[in-house]
Ligand binder design. Structure first.
Ligand code: MTE
Ligand code: MO
Length: 394
């Protein structure tokens, strides 16, 4: 493996692993804009960043259960209708470091910023598949358990030096409403190398692991992909399963992510010095802005974000935003159905306390209270109530 050709990266990123490169922005920067700038967007890799320099010859092989295997060139992808989909990408390992504090887990440590919201530009996978004779999903379409497998150019040690790969059900791939993209743009610019240049998959509402970067081939297969990241990783196990009694076959690969919310305006332990980050009003209270992100998995939306300033005894509802500065209300649901919402509430903090956030999605799913109850050996999907401790004093 060769790490001598890695692209330049923004100095603000917090590096969680150098080779392969895994990094996230500081939490306070994450919610300063609704659309995450490319250079601050988290980078999650399993090997060196591949180099694609001959873009004219670059193509995706489409093979497997189809009559005529096809080569898809960039010009073919660009000829299809272009869609710009605002979608939040979240790594299943987001907030792993916090989970590992209750009990050890295996995996790269992440704070709360293994997530970002971008405008992805590209062709719909449903259009690409239609081009090669696989019809769009209709109520009468039977996909019979078939999957669409995405294979990358990169090489990783988990696959014994083979490429990263993953798959999604054919029924999702052929459904135009699912907005699965072959993306060549991120925030209006050509994809950069870190994020999958020249072409990557974006699967909205699903853990980041299925959004394969540096696409090399698409296989139509009879059942889900048998690769490492589908079968031996990114599965949710109960707290009773450990490395000596694990049976990977008992669980399905994780697809949709569960409802999540995080406070980004405060660190885990936030010392508040009156007069600096905040000020003391006449009554001796301290005014603090609590802001962060909330995101629902699948095609669900965020219904509500609850905030507590007494460790979870009492709650109040935060204001929610999608496009920055535009609060949205129930009868004005935004079109950004795959995107996070930012939330904000300004509160008076009387003394040292614990501030908590929990979100509710459109199916009334709520985040679990305690991280111990969802602990799993790989440390994925930590969506427990997000807590920060505010320490008031000089
Ligand atoms: N695709 C390839 N080819 N190789 C990878 O290592 N990592 C996956 C996914 N796609 C990965 C990949 C994981 S686990 C995540 S969370 C997202 O890419 C991260 O995408 P990003 O680096 O653009 O933020
Ligand atoms: Mo991930």
């Amino acid at each position: 493996s060769d790490y001598s050709l890695e692209p330049p990266r923004h100095p603000c990123l917090q590096i969680n692993a150098k080779e392969p490169f895994n990094a996230e922005p500081p939490r306070s920067d994450l919610v300063s804009s609704y659309v995450t700038p490319v250079e601050l967007f988290f980078k999650r890799n399993h090997g060196p960043i591949p180099v694609v320099d001959d873009i004219k010859r670059y193509c995706v092989d489409i093979c497997g259960l189809i009559e005529t295997p096809t080569k898809l060139y960039m010009r073919d992808v660009r000829m299809l209708p272009k869609y710009n989909v605002t979608a939040t990408l979240q790594c299943a390992g987001n907030r792993r470091t916090a989970m590992s504090k209750t009990r050890e887990v295996r995996g790269v440590g992440w704070d709360v910023s293994a997530i970002g919201n971008a405008v992805w530009g590209g062709a719909k996978l449903a259009d690409v598949l239609e081009l090669i004779g696989i019809p769009k999903l209709t109520s009468s379409t039977r996909s019979g358990g078939k999957h669409i497998e995405f294979v990358s150019i990169d090489k990783c040690k988990e696959e014994n030096g083979g490429p990263y790969k993953a798959s999604i059900p054919l029924s999702q791939a052929t459904n135009p409403e699912a907005d699965v993209l072959l993306a060549y743009e991120m925030n209006g610019e050509p994809l950069n190398r870190d994020h999958g240049y020249p072409l990557r998959v974006i699967v909205p509402g699903v853990i980041g692991a299925r959004s394969v970067k540096w696409l090399d081939s698409i296989n139509i297969i009879a059942e889900e992909c048998q690769g490492f990241f589908m079968q031996k990783d990114y599965k949710m196990f109960p707290p009773s399963v450990d490395w000596d009694n694990i049976n990977w076959n008992t669980r399905k690969p994780q697809m949709d992510f569960p409802v999540q919310s995080v406070i980004c305006s405060l660190e885990d332990v936030q010392p508040i010095k009156p007069g600096k980050v905040c000020f003391l009003c006449d009554h001796g209270f301290i005014i603090v802005t609590i802001s962060g992100y909330a995101v629902a998995g699948g095609d669900r939306g965020i219904e509500r974000v609850d905030i507590s300033i007494d460790g979870g005894k009492t709650w109040m509802e935060a204001t929610r935003f999608q496009k920055t500065g535009i609060p949205y209300i129930a009868d004005h649901i935004s079109s950004d159905k795959w995107a996070w919402v930012l939330f904000e509430i300004i509160v008076n903090i009387p003394h040292t306390t614990e501030i908590v956030a929990k979100a509710v999605d459109s199916a009334a799913n709520v985040q679990p209270e305690r991280v111990q109850d969802i602990w799993n050996l790989r440390g994925i999907l930590n969506t427990s109530w997000h807590r920060v401790h505010v320490r008031v004093g000089h």
